[in-house]
Every structure is written in C-alpha cells, then in structure tokens.
Design a protein around this ligand. Sequence first.
Ligand SMILES: Cc1cc2nc3c(=O)[nH]c(=O)nc-3n(C[C@H](O)[C@H](O)[C@H](O)COP(=O)(O)OP(=O)(O)OC[C@H]3O[C@@H](n4cnc5c(N)ncnc54)[C@H](O)[C@@H]3O)c2cc1C
Length: 628
Amino acid sequence: MTDAAVAVAGAWTTDPSRLPDELSSTFRGVMGWGGVAVWDESVDIVDLTREFAARTVQECCGQCFPCRIGMHEVAEILEEICEGKGTEERLQRALELSRHVAEASRCDLGRTGGYAVLDSLEQHHDRFVAAVRAKQPLPRGRYASTVVAPCMGACPAGVDIPAYVEQLRIDEVERSAEAVRRRCPMPATIGRVCVRPCEDACRRGSVDEPVAIRTLKRFVADTEAEPVVEPLPGKPRVAIIGAGPAGLACANYLGANGIKSTIFEALPEAGGMAAVGIPEYRLPRQVLRSEVERVEALGVEIRYNFRFGVDATMDDLFNQGYEAMFVAVGAHQSARMGCEGEDAGYDGFMPGVEFLREIAFGATPLTGETMLVIGGGNVAMDCVRSARRLGFSDVKLLYRRTEAEMPADPVEIAEAKEEGVEMVTLVAPTRIIADDGVVKGLECRRMQLGEPDASGRRRPEPIEGSEFVIPCDCIVPAIGQVCSVDQLMPSHVEVSKWKTIEVDPLTMQSSDPRVFGGGDCYTGPSSLVAALAAGRRAAVSIAAFLQGCDPAPTPEERLEHAMLAVVRDEVQAPIPFTGSTEKLRPAVVPPEVRIQCFDEVEGPVTAADARREAERCLRCYRLAVGVV
Ligand SMILES: Cc1cc2nc3c(=O)[nH]c(=O)nc-3n(C[C@H](O)[C@H](O)[C@H](O)COP(=O)(O)OP(=O)(O)OC[C@H]3O[C@@H](n4cnc5c(N)ncnc54)[C@H](O)[C@@H]3O)c2cc1C
C-alpha cells in the first residue's frame, strides 16, 4: 500500500469538514474509507466500528483471503466486545488483523475497510479498552450503509459499475444486465452513446487506460435474453409529459413499483433527443425502439402527437383522474448566435437540432456543396458528420476557441476529421450574407484567446478589423439549446429565470406537490444518463407521494447521494499495480464507407473480448456507514 493511500484513510477523522454538510445534517456520525467523523459526542464509536466491520464482511466478494477471513475475524472480535465478552488480547488481534486486511487485500473494499477499522481502533483505543473492561453489552445504534466507487460517483445515475463488470467477468451476463437495469433502463442506448463520465473517473486510467465501461454495457444489453414482462393491470395514475429518456425512465421505474402511467408525447416518435437528435450512425433507431417497447410492455401507453399545453392543460389531465405528473419536456429551442441575419428566415439557414430532427424523420432538409456548422460540442459534431452523409462535399466546423477547448467528445472530433470535416478554429460569425433570401456566405471575425473565464477555458476575444467571408450554401448553428418550460406551466408551478422547471433536486418535486420534473427541462441540456437518473428518482418520489408518504429520500439514499459526491470529488490515491493492457476498442467502419450512409459506425465486441476487458476492472469499491 502506498503512503498516499494511508493518508486517505483517517482523513475524515482528522478533518471532518472534508465531508459535505448534507451528511452532518442527516447523520450523527459516519465511518468509511476516510476514517470516522462524528458530529454528536453521544455516538458510540465502538458500536459504529462493529457495524462497519460487519457490513464490510457482507459486501466482501470472498475472492481474497485477507478480506474474507481477516475481516470476518475482526468483525467477530468487535461483536464480542459489543456483547460485553471482549478481551484485551482479542482487541490487540483485531488491530493486527485489520492492518493485515488493509495491506494485503486485493480490492479497495478490503484495503480501505481495513484502514478505516485500524484508524478507529488506534484513534479511539481508550474507548475500545473501556468497552472491553466494562464487560457490559453496548446499546446498538441505527445505521444506514452504502457502497460507492469513483466510477459510480461520476455516473449521474450511480450505476453499480463494478458489479456489472464483475458479473461479466465471470460470464454471468443476465446478472450483469440486472445490475445495470437497477439504475439504467436503456442500456443498449447508453451502451452506445453515453458521454461516459465513469471512464474519466476510472482509476484504471491512472495505470494505463480506463476500462471500456460503455462498450461493456453495450455488450451486456445486446447479449441479454429478452425478458418476459407482464403488463400492469388497472388505470394509469401518473401522467408523464415527454417520451424522452427522463419520461421513459420514470414510466419504467413506476412500473417496477406497480404503478401504471401514460406518456404524452408531442412527436410521432419516442426517445426524445435520442431519437430525433442523435443520428442513426451512432444509435440505430431499432435499438432505441426495442428499449421503448420494453417500457410499453409494462402497460405504459404512449399518446403520440399530443402537445401538452395545446391538446390539454395540467388541470385537464388532473381532471381526467391522473394523481401525479412528471414533466420531462427537454430543451428543444436552439440558442441564438447573436449574429446579423439569423432571424431573417433565409433559405439554407437552419438550427442544428431542427436539421437533425428533419433527418431523423427521413427528410433531406438542406442541399448544396458547402456547409458551415457553428459550435464545438457534440451536437455540432452530429451536424457536420450528418452533412457529409447527406452529400455535402465541403463541410467546415467553425469554433471560436481552439480544438483543445472543444467540449465535444475527442472520439467524435477525430471521427469527424477522418470523414473529411475541416475544423476552422478561433472564428466567430458576425453576419449571414444572402442573395434574394438565399444563403451565400458567412462573415466571420477572427478571435484570440484571453484570460480563463468561469468555465476555466480561455475566453475568446475578437480581433478588431479581422472580418472575412466564407462562401457557402448552408449555415447550421449548433451552439446549444434552451428551455421554455414557462410556456407550459400554470403560474403556481415555479419556473427559473432560465425557463427550467424548479424542483427539489433530491425529490424532483415542484412547488405543486403533485407535479414532479426532471431531465433537460430542469438541468438545461445535459446527457442521457442524467435524464435517466432524474426519471428514476422522480419515480421513487412519485411512488411515495401516491402512498401518502413524504417523498424525502431515506437515510440510505441520503448517505449514497453524499458519499457518491465525496468519492467523486476526492483526489484518488495512486494504485500499487504493475502490468498494463490496452483498453478494448470496438472495430469501426472505415471513413470512406461510413460517409455513404447512416449505418452504425461502431461494431460489436465478442464475449471473449468483453470478459478480458472486465478483467481490467480494479473494483475500487468503498463502504460507508452512517449513524442515524
Ligand atoms: C443532437 C444531440 C446529440 C446528443 N448526443 C448525446 C450523446 O451522445 N450522449 C448523451 O448522453 N447525450 C446526448 N445528448 C443529450 C441528450 O439527448 C439529452 O440530454 C436527453 O435526451 C435529455 O432527455 P430528456 O428526457 O430530459 O429530454 P428529451 O430527450 O429532449 O425529451 C423530451 C421529450 O419531450 C417531448 N416534448 C417536448 N415538449 C412537449 C410538449 N409540450 N408536450 C408533449 N411532449 C413534449 C419532446 O418531443 C421529447 O420527446 C444529445 C443531444 C442532442 C440535441
């Protein structure tokens, strides 16, 4: 074990302020991989340590001897002490064993668990000795516990990634799928297009390369058996507005709780931006449709071409007998560039999300030779790559910073370049040039980078007098989307100044207790996995609300929420690991072939490849126990 890892254990003991206020407001004390932190002196640290050791044993995978046998005995000794049957010799043995567990265990659950127990035994030695000498049973506390890992902390849905990777490693695909589906109801979609924050947090990345977590999820989803789903009986009780990932996830997890819902969707297709934004070469429509069908199989009706706010108001739906509502209408309005001529309605000018939506419905919305796309994010990449597939021979992406600052996924940038897209950086549009209402070119200004702005990226500053014109047939701005929830909500439902719905971030409940909201229409444009997480959380809250209970999170949920944030923000200790293997990279269709059509670019992987990749997971689990 490295010194750095030793320093991590015990960090909370010496400095409890490292932990979020959310913990101290719910728990009297907490014990976990960073040691013991107590906010209430009445907390019995001896009993807390016993509980922590017992739960470490419960979570132990049993694959290495120190954790399986060593921690088991530590837990037994602590149990004896709490029953009033401890001895000082046995206490000494617990100290030595926990050190051994910490130093010799093969995964972080054992390592960090061992250090936490050791830390407690050393820091509070007097209390353990007093408990041994008192020879009296100790009163048992009430506890909540959670297991987290850095990858889980980075995942907005908190998917138990090490569990599904581990099940895959031992060839248990169905169990792996079950572990994924507990938090992610659209694994085939997420397995293809997730922005994969988990991989950025994967500690394997500090050894060689992160585990290919997204690819493994796709493998599991593509391989699992079709489930037998029974449709729910009875009347729908919840109205869901929007059949995007947030709405679908909510319907799915309500269904898992035996609650039927109806989804009202403005478009003739379900999936939200996954269907009408993300192009088919990244996410084939059939893959998405089968995931939607799985939600429908629960008895969920999707009412297509139904525009909430036009075809029915909130009151209308409540009057029809719905008892609760989940608003998940996304962020579909394109942000404005602030460039002269963008509102003139010129032929050849079309906002990015509209351009992609038209293509998704089988149209060819723009034609010509040269297209300019403005933006540096993933939507801009989808536009340029789609333009190549529509036959534009000269496609330029214009971005006001440099390529290094582009927020788009580096894989997307690389694949766009392979497909012949030209990146024109340090430029900003100033005026659309049109002739007789038809786009002919774009006047741009050159930019330079100044001091970093609030995002930490260097601010682009215009170079006066540097204007120049790029001739083109079409212009597609793709600089982001904005929300417009204000147009849909009655006045008593609070809406922010960004026109997003205001909800409690833990319960997703709005100022009207019957109305919940989530996904892009709450956060602003975000990601599929964040929308799925919001839909699930809302479903849990709505289920509680329908039972007449407080939708507030349970202590377990609060502990998980707080500890996922702790593990996400913590500087991770280096890993004592030698050996190095390359990340699994699925085969992709060559650029000259793929630009001819919208067929999927990334290929599947074999079961053997998936198993080998799963072997690369370091199982960085950590346990935390909170005293209620
Ligand atoms: C082009 C593009 C590419 C993207 N690529 C990725 C990616 O690769 N990976 C990733 O993780 N994220 C990606 N995103 C982001 C992701 O798609 C969104 O964050 C996610 O879809 C948000 O889900 P949602 O359910 O909140 O909203 P949406 O997906 O927007 O769904 C909202 C639904 O509500 C419906 N609706 C709206 N108004 C009404 C109304 N009045 N009545 C009834 N229905 C209504 C809409 O038609 C839509 O179906 C991309 C986004 C875009 C635009």
